[in-house]
Design a protein around this ligand. Structure first.
Ligand code: FES
Length: 79
């Protein structure tokens, strides 16, 4: 992948998110806290995190492979 990105996993992670709360999605795959950013992109000189806000309180399936076309959500591109 470009920009020193890598897959952070091969399947989405089910995350219980809260409406109105902000989260930080790892875009580069280097975080040890998938699917969220742990700052690992800095040492890896890769892409920065993506901040997003949950619209509803529910379980979301968050992408770890970094190939989704609908970040931060899994769109099935990992297969
Ligand atoms: S985990 Fe990335 S698209 Fe499914």
């Amino acid at each position: 992948m470009e920009n020193n990105k890598k897959r952070g996993g091969d399947a989405p992670i089910a995350c219980d998110l809260e409406a109105g709360k902000k989260y930080s999605w790892c875009t580069c795959g280097h975080s040890e806290n998938q699917p969220f950013c742990d700052g690992g992109h800095r040492a890896a000189e890769s892409t920065p995190n993506l901040r997003f806000e949950a619209e509803e309180t529910k379980t979301y399936y968050i992408c770890t492979c970094k190939l989704t076309k609908n970040p931060p959500f899994c769109d099935g591109s990992h297969q």
